[in-house]
Design a protein around this ligand. Structure first.
Ligand code: UDP
Ligand code: MG
Length: 316
């Protein structure tokens, strides 16, 4: 039984050795308890620091360590995809390099899969400790909105830390879309998932790569990727405004017949025009967002470009 650990790493030169140490410790334990062999796949997502050098060194020291290095930063989703493609394991886990996803949970997760009832063991955090309250509030709202709009359930607090069976990995790989929103993809492919809760842990070293704006863009990505409800919403707003306009026309016509037509009401007219064109532009923006995603999708660009893997290294 081979277990692959897929680790997306962007500027993680400090965290990577610490991760490797902890993962190797857990691997040694599980070798005894479960008879499991391991491979560690570090995906260097175009890091600007020495992450690649660290990965090379770890590979030289331990043949179980493999790596894929991107030609530039393609984002965590692309890194996960590359790692899953490279993985040869019967079971594959995706986890962060910063030890916020504790490898120590792996034995429990594997036990769940070995019962045969589940194809996926996933984790979610129960607290958002150590996070700005504003961000937590927006995060909660995002999960409420996306779960209302879409058919794909996105679990609040779910992390990308998962252990999956080969069957599920193949299903995820079959979704070769360009706009990848992992939380949605994992949920969309289905399969029985067992959830493990744990408290939020601070990263061991280095910096988080997310700020408010990037998270906002990520949430739009998620909504557009897994729901077309905003389009219906836009159409709905259009119908609503048509009805309002029709009622307004009848009202104005009847009033003019009854009381004549004194020229007044310019300010209110301007307000209404502004409101209507605002709504139009907003709806056009929604349509544009989907069109943009479609545009990127039909180009069939590769999800990532690898410039080096451990195989290149071995060949010299
Ligand atoms: N990551 C990546 N590419 C990126 C951004 C992040 O591969 O463009 C990796 C990063 O190295 C880490 C994981 O994704 O292993 C999670 O990132 P981070 O810890 O910054 O996010 P947070 O835990 O703060 O949500
Ligand atoms: Mg982290």
């Amino acid at each position: 039984m081979l277990i692959s650990l897929v680790v997306p790493s962007y500027n993680e030169e400090e965290a990577l050795p610490l991760f490797y140490k902890e993962a190797a410790r857990v691997a040694a334990e599980m070798e005894k308890s479960h008879g499991a062999a391991f491979e560690f796949i570090f995906v260097d997502d175009g890091s600007k620091d020495k992450t690649l050098a660290v990965a090379r060194r770890l590979h030289a020291e331990d043949a179980r360590v493999r790596y894929v290095s991107f030609s530039r930063n393609f984002g965590k989703e692309a890194a996960i995809y590359a790692g899953l493609q490279a993985a040869r394991g019967d079971y594959v886990a995706t986890l962060d390099a910063d030890l916020q996803d504790p490898p120590a949970l792996l034995p429990q997760m594997l036990d769940a899969l070995l019962t045969g009832d589940y194809d996926c063991a996933a984790t979610r955090r129960t607290t958002r400790k150590g996070e700005p309250p504003v961000r937590s509030w927006f995060a909660r709202k995002f999960y409420q909105i996306i779960n209302k709009l879409g058919d794909t359930e996105i679990v609040d607090g779910a992390r990308d830390y998962r252990l999956m069976s080969r069957k599920m990995v193949n299903a995820v790989l079959a979704m070769a879309e360009y706009n990848r929103f992992s939380k949605g993809i994992f949920s969309w492919v289905g399969f029985e998932t067992k959830w493990f809760d744990y408290e939020n842990i601070e990263r061991v070293a280095g910096q988080t790569k997310w700020n408010f704006w990037s998270l906002f863009k990520y949430s739009i990505e998620g909504i557009v990727g897994f729901s077309t409800a905003p389009l219906v919403l836009a159409a709905g707003a259009g119908v609503l405004f048509c009805v309002a306009a029709f009622i307004g026309i009848v009202f104005v016509a009847v009033r003019a017949l009854l009381f004549g037509d004194p020229t007044s009401g310019w300010p209110s007219m301007v307000c209404i025009m502004l409101l209507c064109s605002g709504v139009q532009l907003f709806c056009l923006g929604i349509v544009g967002e989907y069109l943009a995603k479609t545009y990127l999708e039909v180009k069939h660009r590769p999800v990532y470009i690898a410039k080096e893997t451990e195989a290149d290294r071995d060949q010299g």
